[in-house]
Design a binder for this molecule. Structure first.
Ligand SMILES: [Zn+2]
Ligand SMILES: [Zn+2]
Length: 365
């Protein structure tokens, strides 16, 4: 036990290295910009003041959103998603997967679930011993089930999911603003140092590197930023972009899409004044999500709901085409799925800056 514990502590410590690296780069960029560029290099007081005000605004917003992304704990499934004591005992005693599924289905009838595994089974995490809510995935790095998990980000040493997805988007936004502003305002002094219009000093080294580092981060953040904006517009997580959630009508990448403006509101809330602030304004509880079952099953035209939102009275499309949660949920859960028992789920762990993608496969049965 002891060596495992030590190993885990070491792993936890090492996981902070990327965060410490970013923090050191940010601290250095602050010193280089404020002291070396603004105080020691820029001669004009007016220019100096404008640069310092804009710089500090973007710096505060960037650090604030980064802090919130790192230290907001991932949200986990609530107690209702745990098996009641008697069912849990039954489930543990039971060896046959089919009977285990029957137990899970019985418990799941009272839960707001629209999605299943690819094989049609109730999504259950053996590690956390919970029925996984829609869009929830087990993160092997955090060793927990995370609501609306997007990916595990090493640059914030945290899971990006329901509780901090807005903060993560703002972190990307403000880091881009921060880097763009630095690169744009440093450019003329970069050129002057480069062409020897300004005398050689230790400020030269800082200003040259400031431009290179800001430009490099700009380029690497830009692709990730535009990708996540596209995902927000589609109401899709990174995991769902790689592997479509499975509804009754089959896998559907756009199953949770409610239309562009409603998709934005899902993450940022409906009050625009809070959109740019790293305070939690996402809609819902992370346990259930409005959905539209877009793929109409031609063989069951009367049973399959038409496109429209089927959750908690949120309505899109004609009113007669929607139904309350319990109704659609019961119809969904009442539909029997058949398939292999040891279905595998792909959890995508995406490394942000490098965009390297690691895919780990976990057993879900
Ligand atoms: Zn889990
Ligand atoms: Zn994680």
């Amino acid at each position: 036990m002891a060596p495992t514990h030590v190993l885990r502590c070491c792993q936890r410590g090492l996981a902070w290295i990327p965060v410490i690296f970013i923090a050191l780069v940010v601290c250095w960029s602050y010193y280089a910009y404020v002291v070396e560029l603004c105080i020691l290099t820029i001669p004009s007081t007016g220019e100096k003041l404008i640069y310092l005000v804009v710089f500090h605004l973007s710096f505060v917003m960037f650090v604030w959103s980064y802090w919130k992304t790192i230290f907001t704990r991932p949200a986990n499934p609530s107690k209702e998603f745990c098996l009641p004591k008697s069912e849990k005992e039954q489930y543990e005693k039971e060896q046959r997967p089919e009977t285990q599924q029957e137990i899970l289905k019985r418990v799941a009838t009272s839960l707001p679930l629209y999605t299943r595994t690819g094989a049609g089974a109730i999504r259950y995490c053996d590690r956390c011993q919970v029925i996984k809510p829609d869009r929830c995935h087990h993160c092997s790095a955090c060793d927990m089930c995370v609501l609306k998990m997007d990916h595990h980000c090493p640059w914030v040493n945290n899971c990006v999911g329901f509780s901090n997805y807005k903060f993560f988007i703002l972190f990307l936004t403000y880091s881009l603003v921060y880097c763009l502003f630095i690169a744009a305002s440093v450019l003329q002094y970069f050129i002057k140092f480069w062409t020897n219009d300004l005398p050689d000093s230790h400020a030269k080294f800082h200003v040259l590197f400031l431009f290179f580092v800001a430009a490099m981060f700009c380029i690497s953040i830009l692709s990730l930023f535009t990708y996540h904006l596209w995902l927000v517009g589609k109401n899709r997580s990174t995991i769902e972009a790689f592997r479509a959630p499975v509804f009754r009508s089959g896998p559907d990448k756009s199953g949770f899409s409610l239309g562009f403006s409603k998709n934005i509101a899902q993450v940022f809330g409906d009050q625009k004044k809070y959109w740019l602030l790293p305070v939690f304004t996402s809609q819902g509880d992370g346990l259930s999500f409005p959905t539209r079952l877009v793929t109409v099953d031609p063989e069951q035209p009367t049973e399959c709901p038409q496109p429209g939102v089927l959750d908690k009275g949120t309505v899109e499309g004609p009113a007669e085409q929607t139904s309350p949660l319990s109704d659609s949920q019961n119809r969904l859960l009442g539909n029997d799925y058949h398939g292999e028992e040891d279905h595998k789920e792909i959890d995508v762990l995406k490394s942000d800056e490098s965009e390297a993608i690691t895919i780990s496969i976990e057993s879900e049965s």
